[in-house]
Structures are given as C-alpha cells and as structure tokens.
Design a protein around this ligand. Structure first.
Ligand SMILES: Cc1ncc(COP(=O)(O)O)c(C=O)c1O
Length: 397
C-alpha cells in the first residue's frame, strides 16, 4: 500500500476528523439546522441531538450529563475552569497553585488573574517533567483556592500523578482541583468522577473529533463563575447558541476513541518505541519527558546544539509532518517553558522536536519514518556543529 505523503506525525497538535464523526455531524450542518433554544419542531430536534450527545459524552467520561459544559475547545474549557474557580473562591483567598508545565491556556489564564490581585505559585517539576505531590502540598495554604495540574503534558507527554495530588488537595478542603486532560483523553482511561478533580477539560480535535469544540466536566455543586454571559445555555455556565454539529461529532468521536483506547495504547507504544530507538541511536539525540510514565504515541526529543525549527523544516521537506516542542509555540523563538521548567538550559531547549503518533498512524508510516528521520537528525546536528565551529562558513568550500 502506498504511504500517504506527508507522513503525519503531529497528532498532539491535532488529529484528522473521523469519518463516523463527520457522518454524525452532517445532518446538523445541513437540513437539521434548528436552534436548540427554539420551542418549535426544528428547535426540538436540535435540542434532542445536543441532549443525546451530552448524555453519551458524559457516560464515556464517567460523569453526569448535567456536569458537562460544552465549550469552543480546550482553551475555553481551561479558561472557564481557572478563571471561573478563582473568581468563585475569591472571598476565601487569592492563591492559585499551578504546575510549571501547564499548557498556556491554563498558565496564561493564571498570569492574567495575577494582574487582578491573585497570587500565583508555580509548582515545580523534576527533570522528567513530573510534579512532586509533596512539593505541591508545601505550596498550599489557607488562602489557596485553586490547584491546576494537567493529566499529561502536550510537549513531552509526561503523565502526572493526579490521584496522589488529588488526595492531598482534597485533604485541605475547599481547594478546587482543575485537570487539563486535553492530551490524555484520547489515550488514557479517564473516569472523571474517580480522578478526584473538580473540573476536567477535554478537546474534540485531539481525539478525531471536530475542531472548535470541547468540554469542561464540572463536578456537581462546584462553585464556578461563568466567563461568557448572555443566554441561559449550559445551565448558565456558558452562554451562546450550542455548536450542535460540533457536540454531536465530539460525542461520536469520543465514544469510538474510548472503545479503542486499550488497543490504541498498546499499538502506539510499540510503534513509538521503534521510532524512539532509531532516533536515540543518533549521537547527540536525547529523549525528554518521563521514560515510562508518558503518553503512548508521543516522542519528544532534544537534538543537542541544533535548532528544532530547522529540524522540523528539514523533516517537512522529507515528507514528515512533525513539530518543534509544542505546535502552539511554533514561530516563537522562545525556548519551551516546559523544558525550561525541567531544567533544560535555554540554548539546548531550542533543539526540541516532537513526533506524535495517533490512532491512524500505520506501521508502514513508522517504518518509513525510521528510515527518514535519523539521517535528518544527524545532518541537522552536524550542520549545527559545523556552523558553531565556523559561523561565517569560511571553511566550507
Ligand atoms: C494540554 C492542552 N491543553 C489545552 C489545549 C488547547 O486546546 P484547543 O486547541 O482545543 O483550544 C491543547 C492544545 O494543544 C493542549 O495540548
């Protein structure tokens, strides 16, 4: 079978829309266009579709339908959780404890709140990108109203010990625990009620659903201030006419992702370890993130002394689509805050490269990548070394 070009190894950035999800969405992009808030028959049909999709999504997440707030994606879900919980808790305290490796949707929300009088403490991580529950515990005090720690990191794939963190946060009473599960949801078993969190964010386009739709699971009874005001949709927690097709597609895609998770995990871990072994055989290439507690399809590398952007451009020219560090950071010359928090010096952090496999990645694609990627990494590393030794190129004929 011919290998599709480019070979898409950037599933942590986004995934292709599943045909079954597209099919489920199509009626709501066409004739079934009613507004779920309208009382007439077309409106009721749309309302039924939203209600059924919400029920289905909630059941697969391990929560109740009334606890699911549909948003415009992972970014909005994280903003709603962080800002909504912080403002709801303001009368009790102003301290927020946030892991140093959060996605900017969480980290920048916390920084925004700092401008409004909140005091943000960043929970450190070790060299593998893991938060130490004890170190986080030491940052909690009687003023703390929110703790935010992601389930799995989008740049290095490290999985956090959320259960242990949740036990410590719960023991303090009254502190809201938010978990960004955007990267974890496609691959790890996720039972929101058992996780010990108050809010959990997911995003459909990471599990072969449509872009621009996500959800925040909010434990029943959790105080949360809405961030979008207008109509009474989402039980007053998020105003705006529902993205009917989006929520239907998200629920369909997540149901299929859940049914396949154990098989997907096992297959991706095997494929990833083949690609990993081939890349790490190149001198000067190192693995970043936790060696074992990591997302199954994510391979995060550092090419010593090299420029990750140059590496990803060179791979693009070879027909491999991947990313440097995080897709959201592409175009920014800044070293990744995740690698910096893990203790990687700024100069070296610029050599970050992320190859991320997904459910649709085939063994043939990985075989092709095993042949194509290592020589490019070696050439980039050698080119960088030559450039460092002879910046003006005077010794190159
Ligand atoms: C961990 C994490 N959180 C949040 C987001 C933002 O999600 P969205 O793209 O749906 O806004 C991403 C996207 O890359 C992510 O990886």
């Amino acid at each position: 079978m011919p290998i599709p070009q480019p070979i898409y190894l950037d599933h942590a950035a986004t995934t292709p829309l599943r045909p079954e999800a597209l099919e489920a969405m199509l009626p709501y992009l066409g004739g079934a266009f009613g507004n779920p808030s309208s009382a007439h028959a077309p409106g009721r049909a749309a309302r039924n579709a939203v209600d059924e999709a919400r029920e289905r999504l909630a059941a697969n997440l391990g929560g109740a339908a009334r606890e699911v707030v549909v948003t415009s994606g992972g970014t909005e879900a994280n903003n709603l959780a962080v800002k909504g919980a912080a403002w709801a808790g303001k009368a009790r305290g102003n301290r927020l404890v946030v892991s140093a490796v959060e996605h900017h949707a969480v980290g920048h929300s916390a920084e925004h709140l700092a401008k409004w009088g909140f005091d943000v403490a960043w929970a450190p991580v070790d060299a593998a990108g893991r938060v130490d529950p004890g170190a986080l515990d030491a940052l909690l005090d009687e003023r703390t109203v929110l703790v935010a720690v992601m389930l799995a990191n989008n740049e290095v794939g490290t999985i956090q010990p959320i259960r242990e963190i949740a036990d410590r946060v719960r023991a303090r009473r009254g502190i809201h625990l938010h978990v960004d599960a955007v990267q974890a949801a496609p691959y790890l078993d996720l039972d929101v009620a058992a996780l010990g969190a108050d809010t959990v964010a997911i995003s459909a386009h990471k599990f072969e659903g449509p872009k621009g739709v996500g959800a925040l699971w909010v434990r029943r009874g959790t105080p949360l201030l809405a961030q979008l005001h207008g109509g009474s949709q989402e039980r007053h927690r998020r105003a705006g006419t529902e993205n009917v097709a989006g929520i239907v597609g998200m629920a369909a895609a997540y149901a299929l992702a859940c049914a396949a998770k154990p098989e997907t995990r096992a297959r991706l871990a095997e494929l990833r370890s083949r690609l990993q072994a081939a890349c790490l055989a190149v001198p000067g290439v190192e693995l970043t993130g936790h060696p074992a507690e990591r997302l199954p399809g994510l391979l995060s590398l550092l090419v010593r002394g090299a420029d990750g952007v140059a590496a990803s451009v060179a791979l693009d020219l070879e027909g491999i689509a991947c990313s440097t560090g995080s897709a959201c950071a592409t175009g920014s010359p800044e070293p990744s805050h995740v690698l910096t928090a893990m203790g990687v010096p700024d100069g070296e952090a610029l050599g970050a490269l992320r190859l991320s496999l997904g459910r649709t990645t085939t063994a043939a694609e990985v075989d092709a990548a095993v042949a194509l990627v290592p020589p490019v990494l070696a050439a980039i590393r050698d080119g960088s070394a030559a450039l460092a030794a002879d910046p003006l190129g005077t010794r190159i004929a």
